[in-house]
Write a protein that binds this ligand. Structure first.
Ligand SMILES: [Zn+2]
Ligand SMILES: [Zn+2]
Length: 296
C-alpha cells in the first residue's frame, strides 16, 4: 500500500476522525504520530484527531464526546443566528444525542457546559441535523432566535417535510404555531424578526415589495406605509465611510420618490431593530394609529 498522509485521509472523512478510521484509509500509526507532532493534524483526545483548520467549536465538542449545538451549530450550518450580544460569555452548548456520554474537556474556564439530549445519534465531527439545531435554539435561545433560524433553514431548503414534522412534535407548544407562520422567501434574519415582532402586535406586513418609480422596499404596512430595515453592516468601516454619503443620498432619493407617490417611509437600522425594538414599535404603532398606512 502506498504512503497516505494523515491530513489527506482526514480531509476525506471530515474535520474530526478516530484513529481506526484513519488506519482503514491506509494511514500508519507512525504517520499519525508524525502529523500530530508537526501540527498537520491536531490530537483532540486519545484516539481522536482533527484537521488543523477545524473550527474550534467542532474540536471543543469532540473533546466533550459530542457535537456543537444550538446557536453555534446554527452558525456552522450557515443559518441566520440572532446576535443576542452575550455569546462571548455564554457556556458551550453541546449535543450528545440520545445515547451520548459526556466527558470533561479539560479546558480552563469550561465548567458549565449546556448539554442537549434531543433525539439522534451523534457522529464525531458532524453537526447535528438542522431540525435538531432548530429545536435546541428554540429551547435555549427562545422564540425569536428560533424563528429567524427556521426561516433561513426554509429559505435554503434544508428542512424536509419529515424534519418539520419531527420538529412539530418536539417544539414547546407555544412555538408550534410559528411553523405555520414561517415562510421560505425571507431575505434576511432581520426581515424575519421584523415580521414576527409586528405580527405579535397584530400588524401584517408585505415584504420585498416592488414599487414602480421607487424600487424594492423591505416592508409595506397597509396601502402606503413603507418600513425600511437598513441591513447589518456588510462593509468594513473604511468602505462604509466611502459609501456612506452616496448610500444616504440614494435612501433620501427613494424616500422622496415614495413620498411623491403618497407613501410614508420609516427607516430603521439593524441596531435599533435588534436592540431597541420598543422605539421602533412605538414609531410604527403611532403611524398606524394615525392612519398613515391607509390611502386617504
Ligand atoms: Zn443550547
Ligand atoms: Zn469544554
Amino acid at each position: 500500500m502506498s504512503f497516505v498522509h494523515a491530513a489527506t485521509a482526514l480531509r476525506t472523512i471530515g474535520p474530526v476522525a478516530r484513529t481506526h478510521e484513519l488506519r482503514a484509509r491506509g494511514v500508519t500509526q507512525r504517520e499519525i504520530a508524525r502529523a500530530a507532532a508537526t501540527g498537520e493534524i491536531r490530537r483532540v483526545r486519545q484516539g481522536v484527531y482533527a484537521l488543523a483548520d477545524a473550527s474550534d467549536a467542532m474540536i471543543h465538542a469532540a473533546e466533550h464526546g459530542g457535537a456543537p449545538a444550538c446557536q453555534e451549530a446554527g452558525r456552522l450550518h450557515s443559518l441566520w443566528v440572532l446576535d443576542t450580544g452575550d455569546e462571548k460569555n455564554a457556556p458551550f452548548h453541546l449535543w450528545l444525542g440520545t445515547a451520548g456520554d459526556r466527558r470533561p474537556c479539560g479546558r480552563r474556564g469550561c465548567s458549565d457546559v449546556t448539554v442537549h439530549w434531543d433525539a439522534g445519534t451523534v457522529a464525531l465531527g458532524r453537526l447535528p441535523p438542522v431540525e435538531n439545531v432548530l429545536l435546541q435554539i428554540a429551547v435555549c435561545a427562545g422564540e425569536e432566535a428560533f424563528f429567524v433560524a427556521l426561516e433561513s433553514g426554509l429559505r435554503q431548503s434544508r428542512l424536509s417535510a419529515r424534519a418539520l414534522d419531527w420538529l412539530g412534535w418536539r417544539l414547546p407548544t407555544s412555538m408550534r404555531r410559528l411553523l405555520a407562520f414561517a415562510r421560505s422567501d425571507a431575505d434576511s434574519g432581520l426581515e424575519s424578526l421584523v415580521r414576527l415582532r409586528l405580527h405579535r402586535v397584530g400588524i401584517a406586513v408585505r415584504t420585498q415589495v416592488q414599487i414602480d418609480g421607487v424600487g424594492e422596499v423591505d416592508f409595506v404596512i397597509g396601502d402606503r406605509l413603507i418600513v425600511e430595515a437598513d441591513g447589518k453592516e456588510n462593509h468594513d468601516d473604511t468602505e462604509k465611510a466611502r459609501e456612506g454619503g452616496s448610500r444616504r443620498h440614494k435612501d433620501l432619493l427613494r424616500d422622496a420618490r415614495a413620498a411623491a407617490l403618497g407613501y410614508e417611509t420609516l427607516r430603521f437600522d439593524y441596531a435599533m431593530i435588534v436592540h431597541d425594538w420598543p422605539t421602533v414599535e412605538a414609531a410604527i404603532l403611532a403611524k398606524v394609529a394615525a392612519g398613515a398606512h391607509l390611502r386617504a
